[in-house]
Every structure is written in C-alpha cells, then in structure tokens.
Design a protein around this ligand. Structure first.
Ligand code: EPZ
Length: 417
C-alpha cells in the first residue's frame, strides 16, 4: 500500500487550481441513467470514487468514455439493474443508482450499504422516500430489492437533513406521475447542482437551494452537457494547508459562496482573505486563535472539514472544542494526531483540543478520506518527518494532492508500497 513521506515545517506559496467536486459528480453521474443517450460532463475529477462509480454504471450497461476531465456516459443499452455487493461495499455512494433505476426502469437491486469508519451510515431515509413514491422495497440476503410499475408523486418530509436521501428522492420524483413535495431537504451546493442538471434535462423543479423542493413529474428526460462545480471541501482543505503553515497561497477555480462558514471560522482563528469571483487568497495570521466548531448541515460548518480544522486547532493558543452533530463518531483522526504530539481528548461527539507549541513528525495511519487529509495537513506543519500509510483513502477524494502540494512548495512524496 502506498504511503506519503512529508518533511514538515515549510512555508507554502503560489497558486493551486481546485478540481471538480466528487460529491457533485457522483449523483450527476447516476442522474444520467434517467435519460436515454449520451450525457457529457466536464471538470470531472480523476478520483477512485469516480472510477468506481463509472465501473458501476458500466455494470448496469452504460458505455463510458473518460478523456481528460470530460466524461461521456451513454445509457442507451442499460439492461442490468443491479449494484453488486463488491462495489457498494467499497463505495456507499453506489446507492445513488436506486432512485434513477426505479424511475427509468421500475426496478433496482442494490446491495445494502454497510457502515464505514465515520459511522453506521443508515439508508432508512432513502428507502422510506422510495416507498412513499410508490416503490415496493424488500430486503433480502443483504440486498435492497425495489420495484414499481410507475412511481407516483407524494409529499415527503425528511426526518433529518440528508444529502444522499435528498438526491435519491429528487432523481426518483422527476419521472414520477404527478407532483412531489420534498421538505427538510439538504441544501448542499451539490444538491443544487444536481437539481439544475435535472432541470436542464427537462425536469420541472421549483425551490432549488431551499429546504423545500416542488417537483412535477415528466414522462421523459433528455441527456445534456454540463460542468461539475468546484470541490468546496478540497478548497477548504487547501485553505487550511496555508493556515497551518502560516503561508500565503491563492486557490483558483473555486466558489467562495460555498465556503462562507469555513471562511468565517478561519477569520475568527486569525486569517484574512482576498476574494475574487472564482479565487481566494489567504494571508497568514500572527497567531492561531482557539475556536469552537459545531458541524451542521449546509450552510453550516461542514462535517467534511471537521478533521482538517482539528489539525489546525492543535496549534492554537488555547483550548478549542469541535462537536460533530452529523457523524458523532467521526474522530478516527484524533489518535493519529496525538501521535504527532497533539493534545486531544474525545467525549461523546465532542473533541477537546488543547493547543500545543508544535507538532512532531511520526509514522501515522490514514483511516478514512478526510482523516487522511487532516494527517497530511498536520504533517505539513510538524517538525521533522511524517509518514502516512494507507493513503488509498485520500486517493478517493483528492485529485493528485501530493503534486498540488509540491507545486506549492511542500516536501511530500508518494512511496509506492
Ligand atoms: C454525503 O454523505 C457526503 N457524501 C459525505 O461526504 C458528507 O459527509 C455527508 O453528505 C454530510 O454532508 C457524498 O456526497 C457522496 P447524509 P451522505 O445522508 O449522503 C443520517 C466525504 O468525505 N442519515 O447527509 O451519506 C446520517 O447518518 C463524504 O466526501 C440517516 O439517518 O450523508 C448522518 O447522521 C463523507 N438515514 C446524517 O443523516 C439515512 O437514510 C447526514 O448524512 C441517511 C442519512
């Protein structure tokens, strides 16, 4: 297994271009199943999760061409309506095929997603929404067996804000008979970009960007050409890379309005910014001030930046608290950060971070996607050498991260393992 070797305590400088958003591309790739023909997507990042989703769509019968950052998905010959265990067990987002397969083909057989390092990850809200739209759902031998003659519109009020359940319900409702009202929807930018794509395909959707989506089902949708929005989590990760090394860098091809909460927190911690229309320049702060954070659904502070901000706050001049209200167990990075001489304790869904003067490099192990990013950030700041094993986790969600960091002046290299 590959590992990273980082020689830390170096300043960064220069510019980094942010890639297309993994969490926008994944549902948009499955939305292509809703129309017969060729969907063309630009600014698609080369990530393991994207490759796995492309593999799943090929299993279903789509033909996929991925040239540079342009992906063409031809759904003309889809004929196998299953997401098998060996794929779903590696990538939970495979469940995004459930809504589109039911809506277009009236059937789906999706392996029941298990948990992962950040939590149990239930899918009850997805299944309840499909049943409310008229699907018959059975669970058998680890598979979700879903079928319907035709989905029918309904009123669905999500018990909690769920990105995945909102995406699946939206993709099912656009071809259902009649009207659907979705309430307490997730408002993440990735949901809005999915809804805009569906509108371009011919769907009738009102309320995009709000918690209430009104959908009028149509008979069929047509394939389109679209561009994936920038990855706000990658952008936030690079802002923390600059903050933790007290550097000035410029991140380009990003969307600052998708980062309002992380930017506000970084200002509170002592940094300031120059915002252009698609770029952000971060300037060093004199000291790192402690800060309490609570993750909440968008537009609140994103759980996907919780680990990265924790790395930064290990060097704050005082005590910080981070509460994760979305994934209460998302603290696998704490033990590894403490190996770098951080001083963090966890109680329930809250971490208490006592700032230390400096981190010291050591061998550590990546446990999940965002935890591995947090370890890279800590390694950039730590005195001495940090070796991060199991970095296949980071390859799921960051495109060429070591190349981008080297271009910013970091001393990081990948050792093929
Ligand atoms: C999406 O996961 C993202 N993944 C996650 O990013 C992100 O952390 C999460 O949203 C929250 O923003 C993708 O977009 C592919 P949820 P998702 O449904 O949809 C509970 C990353 O690092 N819930 O919004 O699975 C759930 O347990 C990944 O890129 C139910 O109870 O998250 C959680 O507490 C990690 N029942 C809360 O809702 C359900 O049926 C929010 O989860 C579904 C979810």
């Amino acid at each position: 297994m590959d590992k990273f070797i980082i020689n830390g305590n170096r300043k960064l400088s220069g510019e980094v271009r942010i890639s297309g958003a993994k969490n926008a591309a994944l549902p948009i790739m499955t939305a292509s199943l809703l129309a017969r023909g060729k969907t063309v997507l630009h600014n698609v990042p080369h990530l393991n999760d994207i490759k796995m989703m492309a593999h799943l769509l090929r299993v279903i019968g789509a033909r996929i061409d991925f040239d540079g950052s342009t992906m063409t998905i031809d759904t003309t010959h889809c004929s196998y309506f299953e997401a098998p265990y060996e794929l779903v067990s590696k990538m939970r987002a495979s469940i995004y095929v459930l809504g589109p397969l039911l809506a277009r083909f009236g059937q789906a057989r999706v392996s029941f997603p298990g948990g992962c390092a950040i939590g149990t990850r239930p899918v009850d809200l997805h299944l309840k929404a499909m049943e409310q739209l008229g699907a018959k759902i059975n669970l058998s031998h680890g598979y979700i067996i879903a079928q319907t003659d035709r989905l029918t519109g309904n009123r669905i009020n999500f018990a909690k804000s769920s990105v995945g359940a909102t995406a699946n319900a939206l993709m099912a409702a656009v071809l259902a008979e009649g009207d659907t009202l979705l309430e307490n929807c997730a408002r993440e930018p990735e949901i809005s970009s999915l809804a805009v794509l569906l509108q371009q395909m011919g769907a009738q959707i009102k309320g995009i960007g709000t918690r209430i989506l009104n959908i009028r089902g149509v008979k069929e949708l047509h394939p389109v050409e679209a561009t994936i929005i920038p990855d706000r989590i990658e952008a936030g990760t690079f802002l923390v890379a600059a903050a933790i090394t007290n550097s000035t860098i410029k991140i380009t091809n990003c969307c600052s309005e998708h980062l309002e909460s992380p930017l506000e927190k970084l200002r509170n911690i002592g940094f300031n910014f120059i915002l252009d229309n698609d770029a952000i320049t971060i300037n060093p702060g004199n000291i790192i001030l402690p800060q309490n954070l609570q993750t909440t659904p968008y537009p609140g502070f994103p759980t996907d930046l919780q680990a990265q901000f924790m790395s930064l706050l290990t060097l704050a001049g005082g005590e910080s608290r981070i509460e994760d209200t979305i994934f209460p167990d998302r603290f696998m990075h704490v033990a590894e950060l403490n190996r770098l001489d951080a001083d963090i304790t966890v109680q329930g869904n809250t971490a208490l971070i006592r700032g230390v003067k400096f981190l010291s490099g050591a061998p550590v192990m990546a446990t999940d996607l965002r935890a591995s990013a947090a370890l890279v950030l800590a390694g950039l700041a730590a005195q001495g050498t940090t070796e991060i094993s199991r970095i296949y986790h980071i390859d799921r969600g960051y495109e060429r991260i070591e190349e981008k960091l080297v271009n910013l002046g970091a001393e990081i290299k990948r050792i093929q393992g």
